[in-house]
Design a protein around this ligand. Structure first.
Ligand code: MEV
Length: 410
């Protein structure tokens, strides 16, 4: 892996080092230990012309295999193209008891420079490097369960940090001045996870011949994939599952790199529902060049700060990825989300996901039934061959293999 990623072997030592209990204890309260997840690597990714090895931390079988398989098909068309916006987060200040909303909005707009200066006044690495509060927006709600209110949006460039702490500090700092300017009362002061100024996008065109499977030709598979997407485009019940598949990939990279996957989840689903109806985050169509896919979603992720820095495995994963900037990480994640979506639709629109999935699931069944070492593979194969991937069958297989260790169980 180190050779392929072009880094020193020692740079990846954190991949298997686990988490020291003293670090865990400093990260959360009442730490009892660590909960480990499998950390794998997805292969075949070419993103903006660069070969990328993608670390993924996830408990679900098939996800890493699916991403790698879709990336291989995408590679035949040159791989993924991706881009990401600057790291502009939104911090919100809720203002209640404002007597005249219109006048208060004008007053805030007149004092924009003072408010921004106050937001950036505290010593901050982000501000020193050129980030920090950049603009204000103000929105009025004439009616709410708590009466009329204003909400101020502080647009804050967090550079390579996810930036929650920086944004929350800044909105807390400006709230008293906003109270003075508007005559209102500040209540909430917190970032918004609907980070729609911090979008990442990925595109792919997969040559049709790379999609052929069993007796289905490439264009037939592509048509079925577009049909599968069409259901998500009209039906929130399907769109939720469609997007869950996308987030399987994105969250696995978020976890591997020490990022807050609840934030990426919240942002993605809110963005999917931004028009008032829940929609798929990706689109698929068939063009003359092949199957064309695109994905756009908010990705508030960082490469510095928080667990990204504190966790040795997260550091090693960032080195494996070869990314230093938050925008570059967001681009990789968007490409992985699109690949994951392609893998799911490809399987669903052809043989269904259970055949491949159950073969991998069989290994987990074998482990749960007590298989150890080489037994795991033997039991998994046994289950797949019998077509009975059930706990009772796994236990029976373990017993049989142990009863007759020299037997031919393959
Ligand atoms: C399973 O974790 C994800 C899928 O359900 C996604 C999809 O249906 O598109 C396979």
């Amino acid at each position: 892996m180190a050779d392929a990623a072009g880094v020193a072997e020692g740079d990846l030592a954190g991949l298997s080092a686990g988490l020291d209990l003293s670090i865990a204890d400093a990260m959360v309260e009442n730490a009892l230990g660590n909960l480990a997840l499998p950390l794998g690597v997805a292969t075949n990714f070419v993103i903006n012309g660069r070969e990328v090895l993608v670390p993924m931390a996830i408990e679900e079988p098939s996800v890493i295999a699916g991403a790698s398989k879709a990336a291989l098909a995408a590679r035949a068309g040159g791989g993924f193209e991706a881009e990401a916006d600057d790291s502009l987060m939104i911090g919100q200040v809720q203002l209640l008891d404002v007597t005249n909303l219109e006048r208060a909005i004008e007053a805030v707009q007149e004092r924009e420079a003072d408010i921004l200066a106050l937001a950036n006044a505290r010593p901050s690495r982000i501000v020193e490097l050129g980030g920090g509060a950049k603009r204000l927006e103000i929105r009025a709600f004439q009616q709410s369960p708590a009466g009329p209110m204003l909400v101020l949006h502080l647009l804050y460039d967090t550079l390579d940090a996810m930036g929650a702490n920086a944004v929350n500090t800044a909105v807390e700092a400006v709230a008293p001045l906003l109270e003075t300017i508007t005559g209102g009362r500040a209540n909430l002061r917190i970032l918004s996870n609907l980070a729609d100024r911090r979008l990442a996008r990925a595109r792919v065109t997969v040559p049709l011949e790379a999609l052929a499977r069993n007796d289905l030709r490439g264009h037939q598979v592509a048509t079925r994939i577009v049909e599968a997407y069409a259901l998500a485009a009209v039906d929130p019940y399907r769109a939720a599952t469609h997007n869950k598949g996308i987030m399987n990939g994105i969250d696995a990279v978020a976890v591997a790199t020490g990022n807050d996957w609840r934030a990426t989840e919240a942002g993605a689903h809110a963005y999917a529902a931004r028009g008032g109806t829940y929609t798929p985050l990706s689109r698929w169509s068939v063009s003359a060049h092949g199957l064309a896919g695109s994905l756009e979603l908010p990705l508030a992720v960082g490469t510095v700060g928080g667990a990204t820095k504190a966790h040795p495995a997260a550091q090693a994963c960032l080195r494996l990825l070869g990314v230093e900037r938050a925008r570059d990480l967001a681009m990789v994640m968007a490409a992985v989300g699109l690949a994951q979506n392609l893998a799911a639709l490809w399987a669903l629109a052809t043989e269904g996901i259970q055949r491949g999935h159950m073969a991998l699931h069989a290994r987990q069944m074998a482990l749960a039934a007590g298989a150890v070492g080489a037994e795991v593979e033997l039991v998994a194969k046994w289950l797949v061959r019998s077509g009975e991937i059930r706990a009772a069958a796994a236990e029976e297989a373990v017993r049989e293999i142990r009863r007759n260790p020299g037997g031919n169980h393959t």
